[in-house]
Design a protein around this ligand. Structure first.
Ligand SMILES: Cc1cc2nc3c(=O)[nH]c(=O)nc-3n(C[C@H](O)[C@H](O)[C@H](O)COP(=O)(O)OP(=O)(O)OC[C@H]3O[C@@H](n4cnc5c(N)ncnc54)[C@H](O)[C@@H]3O)c2cc1C
Length: 412
């Protein structure tokens, strides 16, 4: 019987275990699968995903929602394991859809973690918790873990470096390097962004609908819209998360974020609106803007135009009205950097894709090694894309780990 060791009992590692054991049953190949997890429990991160509801996939899975190596992403997304809803229904877990986002029907992330745990245990998977793997050596054509545990085949599913409190502390990259792999530059993604400006303190806690454009040296490189949250240090919310992975913190001063705080009106419509609104007798300029924006935000917009919020509206000039309209459509924040790995939901970058067989996710450097999940050079925007990639790449690695054993046996 061959041993398959999986390092990491997160989304991709447990999916790999399930697919490996199911494939072994179907093909009659005897294998023992052991998952090594450094934390005291498995699937810990899954419990906090989607604010405790686990946004496990999306109806609109497509290449454009991912960053990283596009050839790798399309190979994984287009393979036969890319049916996350089917994967979970095979574990009797039903799902529901909200605006394209897929959640467990129970509305509870623990249902997802439970389904994965029960399924892999019922298939005979061994799970070793409280077992960090810190060292891997090649031995007799297989792998020696922590100088004690031997396995014929190894699947690395340690996650990236984002949110280390849930176990993914970047140690997987060290293990990859021990096995001879290169890792591309990694960055925190799906992260809040720190911005310059004393104005932020007065905006803390405000949420507003806006579109956000990320500019690199004045060139727009990404745009997204939705709810923006102002914090004491900068900006947060899904559109900010989605652009954060593009910010290189080493050169943060090259980036800025421009918010359109009134995206339903064109600049001309907004200008006309102000020319009329400033004449209808509201007590002060800030009261006019409170019809459009949270009051404190309107006050900051006026101050940026050099207008006192207490100014009498009817005294504002046409030029001042135009300045207010312009600032609302182009509310600029200079970037200091993203909040970093401790706050990020995912990691951009990963193992060098040219060192991976993109179909089987096997290593081209170390025979018998497979890599899945966030360790690969792929990351998605918010919306269930990252978990979808984790299940799919995990299942791909698990299936091919067993298929590899079968092919090796045949060729002997
Ligand atoms: C707060 C939060 C919310 C999120 N919400 C969503 C969401 O709703 N939808 C979505 O699609 N994505 C979401 N994500 C992202 C998603 O959770 C990850 O992309 C996904 O879990 C990655 O799966 P993985 O298996 O590669 O890594 P992980 O799930 O991080 O699992 C890696 C596992 O390996 C273990 N490990 C690491 N190193 C070692 C070692 N050396 N030895 C032994 N064990 C080790 C870790 O403890 C961990 O259990 C969220 C992330 C966070 C942090």
């Amino acid at each position: 019987m061959k041993n398959i060791a999986i390092i990491g009992a997160g989304a991709s590692g447990i999916s790999a275990a399930i697919e490996a054991l199911r494939t072994a049953r179907e093909t009659g190949i005897p294998v023992q699968v052991t998952v090594y997890e450094k934390l005291p429990r498995i699937c810990k991160k899954i419990l906090v995903t989607g604010n405790g509801r686990c946004n496990l996939s999306n109806r609109n899975i497509a290449l454009q929602h991912y960053r990283g190596n596009k050839a790798l992403v399309s190979s994984v997304l287009e393979n036969r394991f890319s049916d996350s809803v089917g994967f979970f229904s095979s574990m009797s877990l039903l799902t529901k859809e909200e605006s394209g986002r897929i959640y467990p029907k129970s509305g509870n992330a623990s249902s997802v973690a439970d389904a994965l745990r029960y399924t892999c245990l019922s298939l005979g998977c061994k799970i070793a918790v409280n077992t960090p793997v810190t060292e891997i050596k090649r031995q007799n054509g297989g792998f020696l873990l922590n100088s004690t545990e031997f396995s014929d085949v190894l699947i690395l599913a340690c996650g990236g470096a984002a949110s280390p409190v849930f176990g993914s502390d970047g140690s997987g990259y060290e293990l990859l390097k021990m096995l001879g792999h290169k890792v591309t530059k990694i960055r925190p993604a799906l992260n809040s962004v720190k911005c310059k400006g004393s104005f932020l303190k007065s905006l803390k806690g405000i949420r507003t609908d806006a579109s956000a454009v990320l500019l690199l040296e004045e060139k727009a490189i990404f745009e997204d819209a939705g709810e923006i949250q102002f914090t004491h240090y900068g900006l947060s919310g899904i559109p900010i998360f989605n652009l954060s992975g593009l910010i290189d913190n080493e050169y943060a001063e090259r980036y800025k974020i421009t918010l359109d705080l009134c995206r339903e009106m064109t600049p001309v419509q907004l200008n006309d609106f102000f020319v009329k609104a400033f004449k209808i007798g509201k007590p002060c300029a800030a009261d006019v803007l409170s019809g459009l924006l949270p009051k404190r935000l309107g006050e900051v917009v006026l101050k940026r135009c050099g207008i006192s919020p207490a100014e009498k509206p009817e005294e504002l000039t046409v030029k001042e009205c135009a300045a207010v309209a312009y600032t609302l459509k182009n509310f600029e924040s200079l970037v200091i950097g993203t909040k970093g790995f401790s706050d990020a939901q995912v990691t951009s970058g990963g193992v060098a894709s040219e060192e991976i067989d993109l179909v089987t996710l096997s290593s081209r450097i170390a025979d018998g090694l497979y890599i899945c999940g966030e360790l690969l050079d792929a990351d998605g925007i918010c919306g269930g894309y990252n978990l979808h990639f984790a299940w799919t790449s995990g299942r791909t690695a698990g299936y091919n780990a067993v298929a590899g054993i079968m092919n090796n046996d045949k060729s002997k």
